[in-house]
Structures are given as C-alpha cells and as structure tokens.
Unconditional design. Sequence first.
Length: 102
Amino acid sequence: MGILQQLAAGVSETGKLNAEDYNISKTNLDGATFGTMVGTAMWVAGAVAVIMITLSGLLYVTAGGNPGKIATAKNLLMYTVLGIIVLVFAFTIVQFITGAFS
C-alpha cells in the first residue's frame, strides 16, 4: 500500500493523523510556540510586502515617462503580489498540516 493510501486510511479511521504511525519524530515545539513563529513570519512578510508595494508605486510615480523605469515598477508590483499569493497558500498549507497532526 502506498504512503498516500496509508494516510487516507489513517484519516478516515480516526479523523486525525498520528505522526508516530508514519515514523515521523515529534519535536519539543508546542503548538503555541509554533503558532507564534508562523504568525511572526507572516507579519514580517506582510510588512515587507507593504514596503515593496509602496516602493513600486514610488518608482512608477517618479519614472518620468521612462519606459525602463515603468517596466521595473510594474515588475516589482507583479512579483510582490505573486509573493503575497504564495505566502497565503503557504500559510494555508501549514495550517492544514498542523491541524491534521495535532
């Protein structure tokens, strides 16, 4: 039986996954500490995203019609928004995994 089938069977029987059943070692990190770490990382990433969006707007306003500077500002904004999307997906995955193994 494949690992995905084992995981699916474990979830359907108990509703939760047990890390020891799959030889995943536990850490001494409790849920509150981990939650604080994830929350802090999300706050820092959000602050950086706000700074990058502001910088992108500033670059766009001060471009003075220069196509190269306008393209740089648009790329900075696009990659910042893409980073925010990845950040949200990563946070969702972490919340799902921590919920499944708690």
